[in-house]
Design a protein around this ligand. Structure first.
Ligand code: SF4
Length: 297
């Protein structure tokens, strides 16, 4: 359920203006979270903060969608998207790609783990909120921040934040409550007069499907080649355990380079590392202890 409940500070004297929990939207610049913002507007619910965690590895069409969305948010009197990015305290990398490159590895999803998302998406958002005045006021008043996440109907298995045991946040999954599937989300976005955004994910994401690899190689052969170069570096690097290992490449059980050769994908002759969008607010994050909590995307 989405709405604004009142948060009361425990004490002897009643608070004449008890604060309401601040409402934060985790925005991914993709279909689901865009539909989430439109759904909130339709219901007269205004978020207090909209955060986009930039890994530096989104596809160009995703970055191109941000100004469109900023314009829509301005029109409906919603706050603008604030872009945050993980910044290591000591290392020199500035993107997830560079992080993997320096460590001769792949995004952790290739190894069945989710730390790439936790580190590059969840952590910078949490870091930003920790120093955000409305959140601090809410916590000081003894209540939690409400965080809305755009997981669509049918993704109930991702609803693990709902346990109520996070001392800082109450999580909400409005698309599930509204029973909005991906198709409905796409219709809602079109109905709001916005173009439907592409799927948001790193261009080298190990969760990419083979048709998406083909599409990437056609639309952005240089990015595809960069992803393959990352895979090559992993396979020649210190973490490589041989072809019998469970992770043989970015496809986990298949190598993107091998797939490209098999289906004769187009090649780019001059790969180079992208830095991604430079318009972001870096948040300085110390390495966090391993979290048992799951991925938020
Ligand atoms: S999109 Fe894929 S590679 Fe990028 S952070 Fe998420 S799981 Fe990791």
């Amino acid at each position: 359920m989405v709405g604004h409940s009142v948060c009361r500070q425990p004490g002897l004297f009643p608070d004449p203006q008890p604060p309401r929990p601040p409402l934060v939207v985790a925005y991914g610049l993709g279909v689901d979270s865009t539909a989430l913002l439109i759904g909130l507007k339709e219901r007269g619910i205004r978020p207090d903060l909209i955060l986009f965690a930039d890994t530096g590895g989104e596809k160009p069409a995703t970055y191109a969608y941000l100004p469109l969305m900023q314009s829509w948010l301005r029109d409906v009197d919603f706050p603008p998207v604030i872009t945050v990015r993980y910044r290591p305290r000591w290392a020199s990398y500035r993107t997830l790609y560079e992080n993997c490159w320096q460590n001769e590895t792949l995004p952790s999803l290739a190894f069945g783990r989710k730390s790439c998302s936790l580190k590059w998406k969840r952590q910078p958002q949490d870091q930003y909120v920790r120093s955000w005045a409305p959140a601090r006021a809410a916590w000081n008043a003894g209540c939690k921040v409400r965080k809305l996440i755009g997981f669509e109907a049918g993704e109930e298995y991702r609803r693990y934040g709902d346990q109520g045991n996070d001392p800082a946040y109450d999580y909400g999954y409005p698309l599930m409550d509204w029973e909005w599937t991906r198709e409905i989300c796409q219709r809602v976005i079109s109905g709001a007069g916005l173009p439907v955004p592409p799927k948001s994910a790193c261009y080298f994401c190990p969760a990419s499907k083979k048709p998406e690899l083909v599409q990437l190689s056609v639309d952005h052969p240089q990015l595809f080649q960069q992803a393959v170069s990352l895979e090559d570096r992993y396979r020649a690097g210190k973490h490589w355990r041989g072809a019998a290992a469970s992770t043989v490449g970015l496809g986990r059980r298949f190598s993107w380079r091998q797939f490209a050769a098999e289906v004769a994908l187009p090649r780019s002759p001059t790969p180079s590392i992208t830095q991604g969008d430079s318009l972001y607010a870096e948040t300085e994050c110390r390495p966090q202890p391993k979290s048992r909590r799951g991925q938020l995307w």
